[in-house]
Write a protein that binds this ligand. Structure first.
Ligand SMILES: *Cc1c(COP(=O)(O)O)cnc(C)c1O
Length: 431
C-alpha cells in the first residue's frame, strides 16, 4: 500500500477511499490481505454485474487458454469473435427486434463514445452534439466535452467544444418540461443553438447522481429528434447489461436509439471490452477509419458469449433482478426514512440505486463507515452527495439483505456518534 502511494500517480482515486490491500475476490465479495471480507456494492463501477470470478465464465477462459486460443488479433477474423457476434445477434438483438451492426472499438467505454460521436458527425455532416446536465461519458477529449462534471472537464487542459448541454429530465423540477425547452431552442432561428448531429444520454445517469429519465421524457426526446433529423445515442456503458432490469436500459421505454454504446459489464468478467451498436444505414465508416490496436478482446469475446448464454437466453434472470430490485428499493426507502433530515431522496431503477444525502459530507461519511463495517459502495452526483449502490445482479437475496443491514447499521452509528441531528439541521439551514 505504501509503495502504491509513493510509486503510483496522484491521479489514483478509489484506492484512497478504501485504503487496504485487496488480495482476492469471489462472487459479491472483495477480500483484503488480512482476510477481511467486504461485500462489493461498487462492482467495478458496474463492470462486474455477474460478480467477481464468476465460475462459469472463469472456466471458459481457462479452457480457452489451455487450448492456445488467440489472445490478440487486432481485428483479424477469429472464431471467438464470430461466436460472440452470433450469440449476441441471436440472443440479445433478435428477440428484441433490434437491428444493429456491431463495431468493436478500443477496449474502454470512452473509446466507444468517441466512435459514436465521430460517426454521428460524419453521417450528418454536422458538428454539434447535445449532451445533458450531469451526463458522464468518459474522459478522452471528445467524450469529456460531453461530460457535465467540472472536476473531469477541468482536467482537459483545452477548451471543450462542439457540445451544448440541455437540462436532463427533472433538472428544473417536476413542473417544467425540459423537452419543451429543447424543442423551443431548435424551432427558434435565433436561439443560438445550431442543429446538432446527435443527442447523447444515459437513461439513468450513473456517475451524475442516479437520475432516472421517465419513458415519457425519453419518448418526447425521440419525437423531437425525429422531427429535426437528430440521431439518438444511448450511452448504456454503465446501466446496460441488465443493470436497470433488462439487457438494454431503454427496453420498454418506447424509444429505439440510432447508436448504443456498451462496455463495463459486457465481458461479464471485468475484462476491457467495448462495443458500438449502430443502425446499418449509419455504418458509413471507411475500413480502419476509427481503429485501435486492442479492438475486440478475444478473452472478452469468450466470457461475453458465456455470460449471454448463462443469463440472457430466457427471461428468468430478469425476473430475479426484478425481485431483488423490489428489496433494494423498499429497504432503502425504509432506511432513508429514519434519517434525521427530510430531503433525503432514494432514486433508481433495477439494481442501480442512490440515496441523495443532499450533503457531500454525509455521503462520504456513510461510505467510510460502511467500509469499516465491511461494505464497499461509492458516492456520485454533482457534489458527491449521493450514496450509490450497485450490487452484483446475481447476488443472493440473503447477501443483498446483509449488505443493506450494514448500510443501515452504519447510518445509525453515524447519527449516534456525531449528534448528526442537530449538526445536519444547522448545515441544511445554512445551505
Ligand atoms: C464508465 C462510463 C464511461 C467511460 O468508460 P471508461 O471505460 O471508463 O472509459 C462512459 N459512459 C458511461 C455512462 C460510463 O459509466
Amino acid at each position: 500500500m505504501k509503495q502504491i502511494n509513493s510509486l503510483e500517480s496522484e491521479v489514483r482515486s478509489y484506492c484512497r477511499a478504501y485504503p487496504v490491500m485487496f488480495e482476492k475476490a469471489k462472487g459479491p465479495y472483495l477480500i483484503d490481505n488480512d482476510g477481511k471480507m467486504y461485500l462489493d456494492f461498487l462492482c467495478g463501477a458496474g463492470s462486474l454485474n455477474y460478480g467477481h470470478n464468476n465460475p462459469v465464465l472463469k472456466n471458459k477462459i481457462i479452457e480457452y487458454l489451455n487450448q492456445d486460443g488467440i489472445i490478440h488479433s487486432l481485428d483479424l477474423a477469429t472464431e471467438s469473435k464470430e461466436d460472440f457476434l452470433k450469440s449476441f445477434s441471436k440472443n440479445i438483438l433478435s428477440p428484441r427486434n433490434l437491428n444493429y451492426k456491431a463495431q468493436f472499438t478500443g477496449p474502454t467505454g470512452t473509446n466507444a463514445v468517441e466512435a459514436a460521436l465521430k460517426i454521428a458527425r460524419k453521417v450528418t455532416g454536422r458538428t454539434k452534439i447535445i449532451s445533458f446536465t450531469n451526463g458522464f461519458h468518459g474522459v478522452t477529449l471528445g467524450a469529456v466535452a460531453a461530460t457535465g462534471n467540472s472536476h473531469h472537464r477541468g482536467g482537459a487542459g483545452v477548451s471543450l467544444n462542439e457540445v451544448v448541454f440541455m437540462p436532463y429530465d427533472g433538472y428544473m423540477g417536476n413542473k417544467v418540461s425540459t423537452i419543451d425547452y429543447f424543442r423551443r431552442l431548435l424551432e427558434d432561428n435565433s436561439s443560438g443553438v445550431d442543429l446538432p448531429a446527435a443527442v447523447i444520454l444515459e437513461t439513468v445517469q450513473g456517475e451524475g447522481g442516479i437520475n432516472v429519465a421517465s419513458s415519457k421524457w425519453l419518448q418526447s426526446l425521440q419525437e423531437v429528434c425525429q422531427e429535426f433529423g437528430i440521431l439518438i445515442i444511448v450511452d448504456d456503458i454503465q446501466v446496460g447489461c441488465g443493470r436497470t432490469g433488462s439487457f438494454f436500459s431503454f427496453e420498454g421505454m418506447g424509444i429505439e436509439p440510432d447508436i448504443v454504446t456498451l462496455s463495463k459489464s459486457l465481458s461479464g468478467f471485468g475484462l476491457p471490452f467495448s462495443l458500438l451498436l449502430l443502425k446499418p444505414e449509419l455504418d458509413q465508416w471507411k475500413p480502419g477509419e476509427h481503429n485501435g490496436t486492442f479492438r475486440g478482446n478475444n478473452m472478452a469475446f469468450v466470457t461475453a458469449k458465456a455470460a449471454i448464454e448463462q443469463y440472457w437466453t430466457t427471461y428468468e434472470f430478469e425476473k430475479h433482478i426484478a425481485l431483488k430490485s423490489n428489496i433494494l428499493k423498499s429497504r432503502l426507502e425504509e432506511i432513508s426514512s429514519k434519517f434525521p433530515i427530510s430531503d433525503i431522496q432514494v432514486r433508481g431503477k433495477g439494481m442501480i440505486y442512490g440515496i441523495d444525502c443532499i450533503l457531500e459530507n454525509l455521503a462520504s461519511e456513510i461510505r467510510q463507515k460502511c467500509f469499516e463495517n465491511g461494505l464497499i459502495l461509492e458516492t456520485c452526483g454533482s457534489d458527491d452527495q449521493v450514496v450509490k449502490l450497485l450490487p452484483p445482479l446475481n447476488i443472493s437475496e440473503n447477501k443483498l439483505h446483509k449488505g443493506l443491514n450494514i448500510l443501515e447499521k452504519s447510518i445509525a452509528e453515524i447519527v449516534q456518534e456525531s449528534n448528526f441531528d442537530k449538526k445536519l439541521t444547522a448545515e441544511v439551514v445554512q445551505n
